[in-house]
Structures are given as structure tokens and as C-alpha cells.
Write a protein that binds this ligand. Structure first.
Ligand SMILES: [Zn+2]
Length: 136
């Protein structure tokens, strides 16, 4: 007996945990940001993903809002010297960026898998679609 197919939200969440969107058990990445060709647990094909630059754009948006917000808050609240700004915000930017890239990329791969994009889902039935509106 096979497990029911995960919902889109489950697939995205599994990807965010860097796990296979199909089973939630196998590791999604074989290296830091290299997606494995197949899930080591269930064998699902994962090489179809085309995350491209989307994870980087999302991470830039998240990190910029956090770091710039904190930077302005610190500047207007404490007015620290410039060297302290450099000491705080550059490491924070690097840590947040490197920490967020894998879960964000995993989420994108999970979304693509759930939506059967780019060759995902050739072995699964098509997504159920809403009935087209009629003019009657
Ligand atoms: Zn799997």
C-alpha cells in the first residue's frame, strides 16, 4: 500500500526541511545546494527541478528586510560607530543568507514537485483541476 500523495503545503514544508517532497524521509540535497538526482529513501526523481535563481531572489528579499530594518533601528536608537555597523551587519547577512538558501530552495523544489512542473509527476496522475466556468 502506498501513502497518499502529499498536499502542496506538505510538499513545500518537506522541501523546507530539506527532505524529499514525495516521502519526507530522504535528503533532498546531496551537497549544500545540489539537489540529489533521486530520493535515497523512495527513489523519486528529483533532477527535474528548475529552481534557478528564484531561491536567491527570495533570500535576498528576506535578508534585506531583516538586516536593513535592524540597521536602521540600531542607527536611530543607538547611533553606533560605523565600524560596529560593519561588524554586526556583514556577518549577520552572510549567516542568514547561507542559512536560508537550503530551506528556501527546498521549498521551491517541493512546490515544483507538487505542481508537476518541469517533468515532475510523469509517473503520477495529473492534478485535479477546478471545473472550467460555463456561460450558462
Ligand atoms: Zn523520497
Amino acid at each position: 500500500m502506498t501513502a497518499p500523495e502529499p498536499t502542496i503545503q506538505q510538499a513545500i514544508f518537506r522541501g523546507a526541511r530539506c527532505k524529499c517532497p514525495a516521502c519526507g524521509e530522504g535528503q533532498l540535497f546531496r551537497k549544500y545546494l545540489k539537489v540529489a538526482d533521486h530520493c535515497p529513501a523512495c527513489g523519486e526523481e528529483l533532477f527535474h527541478h528548475r529552481a534557478d535563481d528564484m531561491p536567491a531572489y527570495i533570500v535576498i528579499s528576506i535578508v534585506a528586510h531583516i538586516v536593513v530594518g535592524l540597521l536602521f533601528w540600531a542607527e536611530f536608537t543607538y547611533a553606533p560607530p560605523v565600524w560596529l555597523h560593519w561588524l554586526l551587519w556583514i556577518p549577520l547577512t552572510i549567516i542568514l543568507t547561507l542559512g536560508l538558501l537550503p530551506p528556501v530552495k527546498g521549498s521551491i523544489v517541493g512546490l515544483q514537485w507538487a505542481l508537476r512542473m518541469h517533468g515532475f509527476g510523469t509517473s503520477r496522475p495529473p492534478l485535479a483541476t477546478a471545473a472550467a466556468p460555463t456561460n450558462s
